[in-house]
Design a protein around this ligand. Sequence first.
Ligand code: ADP
Length: 351
Amino acid sequence: MEEKIKQLLTAIVHPETGQDIVTSGFIEHTAAAAGKVTVVLRFAKTRDPFALKIKKQAEELLQEAFPGSEVLVVIKEGGAAPRPEPKLKTTTGGIAHVIAVASGKGGVGKSTVTANLAVALRNMGYRVGILDADIYGPSQPKMFGVEGYLPEAVQEDGEDRIIPARSMEIELMSIGFFIKPTDALLWRGAMAVSALKQMIHQTRWGTLDFLLADLPPGTGDVHLSIIGELKIDAAVIVSTPQQVAVADVVRGVEMFRNEHVGIPVAGVIENMAWFTPAELPDNRYYLFGRGGARAMAEKSGVPFLGEIPIVQSIMEGSDAGCPAASTHPMVEKSYREIAEKVVEQVMKNGR
Ligand code: ADP
């Protein structure tokens, strides 16, 4: 219900920032019970000139969505809403660093990069887990050859725990284990979020140096829910060189940097940066332009972590359940260099 309220409120845009009030972190509290819907909006500025207009819009929207209910929208001013306390729990140890992997749009290779980065970190001797939270297209099970895995639930110290899959010494929990591909549409929104919460808090990860969270593409409500549940130490943004994608990347960076979110961006990775045909190994074809992500990273003041070319074995490795960073020397090297930079940034920003 509270998710539904938030979803409704994403329709309201603050005229000054151009962003919806949910993404901007204006919603301090929502509640719905006994015929009463309550929303507390917190405006960072005192006397925000748009506060009353937004309150009215919220009241109208909620009244329409919950006919017969009493709707109460309260305005609070000044000071940022306190960031919710992270609630990450593990029973058998702990997670040292959580890294979110995000992208402005789908299809840029975010999941492929997550899988290969995980393998590169494992090759460096780190204990690694992947939380596949991409509710729109969970692809980690396929990339690690564990499709169809059925997570077992066990009771430990009176608490329910879910056992992750394990492949190439990497612990893997995916929303894909809980939904059929044909279900995906139904699961978006509130149901997906509650399943994600369960995955975040009940998976028996054990001791990990790095947990990589493969986020859904884009920026929105589901992202904010995940960010609120998971103590993310740093975000890595994946982009392709196309201009459109690069423009979306800026939104991705801004989502993490938002004053209410405050997650350091470890940097930007440019995927599918160029193409080299097997028969002309010294030629690089920059099919979608060159250097866009690097320039964007510089402009936004975030590190540029490196670039990955279009390589057939990257795609084949994903399909075969064996990420190319474990088999292909050139891909292994590219990812090792990127992984080293990621580790450096995460340690530097250590929260
Ligand atoms: P996303 O998670 O951003 O939606 P995916 O990781 O699923 O994207 O990648 C989309 C497709 O592109 C997949 O078929 C994947 O194998 C392929 N792909 C990703 N990166 C590369 C690359 N560097 N070279 C070749 N194919 C790639």
